[in-house]
Design a protein around this ligand. Structure first.
Ligand code: NAG
Ligand code: NAG
Ligand code: NAG
Length: 347
């Protein structure tokens, strides 16, 4: 057993500049089950105590069967970093608070993670992961503070957790498959997103992502797929089902023109998107364009399904406000009783 709180007392004066490979403190990547318990509050060193270029604060690398639980709070002390992102200043090089790389049969539960410097949790190259009953919190105006960021991983279950941050509650990046997400309360934040994919002509591949029974409260997006122009690869076999919205902007959004404030040229290649369903959405939208299927003009989206959608406006004072749908080159079917109506798809 590894007591993470003890680790961090040491970590404050760590010679490696604040980033810690937790394995250095007792967990051994020998394929045996390790059990790490987190109690009390673990506070990161402030920015000035990290070496520049430290990619992660707490890292678990190549531990199979790791269990991280306990009711403790892991606090990234992000406020010592976020200020440098103001006024368009470069603020890359911030560490992820908790990184799991190459950890199979991983279980994370119970813990709270707050105020990460950058992402709260990053998973990469992991298989057979279960994350449940965790809480992730950062203010809604904090830069790129994703809740859980997943890449190159398969068979990941994320269940029954509260995530409110300044960026995506959960982001699913390239190399991911068989990701099931259920019972997440997301907000504030930018929703549950696949992507962004295809940046700088890269290949993005994501399939079999299923998001069920999640709630979005005051989020910038709900169910979102975002790809840059000029990429390649695919996103397919995705479902978002039984989603509740409270005053969320962009409840249903496929954006193949994603451009993170950079100047983006129009390009013909794209990460293709197919077999995506949105079923059982109820609640309110803070924007009128409640359904946006903005697919590449050259590639398009196929096999889009919308059913049992009832999204109304959250602008209660003006009953005139009606939600609507917007489409570019989207193909598939939409039930005729959906609110809003989605006339670009077959009924
Ligand atoms: C993941 O979700 C899909 C679609 O709802 C379901 O068929 C599959 O059984 C789920 N997998 C697990 C491990 O729960
Ligand atoms: C890209 O295409 C859109 C839609 O056709 C157009 O409005 C926009 O000006 C184009 N952008 C550039 C940079 O050419
Ligand atoms: C849609 O939701 C609104 C608000 O919750 C409700 O009043 C209305 O009856 C629902 N419409 C349908 C067709 O279910």
């Amino acid at each position: 057993m590894l007591l993470l709180c003890m680790v961090m007392v040491e970590g404050r004066s760590s010679p490696n500049g604040g980033g810690l490979n937790v394995l250095d403190f007792g967990a051994v990547g020998n394929g045996q089950t390790d059990d790490s318990q987190v109690f009390g509050k673990i506070m990161a060193p402030s920015k000035k105590n990290f070496h520049s270029g430290t990619k992660e604060w707490l890292t678990f690398d190549s531990v199979n069967g790791l269990i991280v639980n306990g009711n403790g709070d892991i606090d990234g002390y992000g406020s010592s970093w976020w200020g440098s992102c103001d006024n368009g200043n470069e603020c890359s090089g911030r560490p992820t608070a908790l990184k799991f790389n190459n950890c199979n049969y991983l279980q994370v539960s119970g813990v709270s993670i707050t105020n990460a410097q950058h992402n709260h949790i990053s998973l990469s190259n992991c298989a057979d992961v279960t994350i449940f009953n965790i809480k992730i919190t950062a203010p809604d105006n904090t830069p790129n503070t994703d809740g859980i960021d997943i890449s190159h991983s398969t068979r990941v279950q994320i269940q029954n957790s509260d995530i409110g941050t300044g960026d995506d509650c959960i982001a699913i990046n390239t190399g991911c498959s068989y990701i099931n997400i259920t019972g997440i309360n997301c907000g504030p934040g930018h929703g549950i997103s696949i992507g962004s994919l295809g940046e700088d002509h890269s290949e993005g591949i994501v399939e079999e992502v299923h998001v069920v029974g999640c709630t979005f409260t005051g989020t910038q997006n709900g169910a979102r797929i975002k790809t840059w122009q000029g990429g390649s690869g695919y996103v397919r076999k995705v479902s978002f089902k039984d989603i509740t919205l409270y005053d969320s902007m962009n409840p249903i959004l496929i954006d193949q023109y994603y451009c993170d404030d950079k100047e983006c040229k129009n390009q013909t290649s794209a990460v293709s998107i197919s077999d995506v369903s949105f079923i059982g959405f109820t609640g309110t939208s803070a924007t009128e364009a409640a359904v946006q299927l903005l697919c590449s003009k050259s590639v398009g989206c196929d096999g889009i399904l919308l059913d049992r959608i009832n999204i109304t406006t959250s602008h209660k004072q003006s009953t005139e406000d009606k939600v609507f749908s917007e489409c570019i080159n989207a193909h598939g079917t939409s039930s005729g009783s959906n609110i809003p109506n989605v006339p670009c798809l077959l009924h």
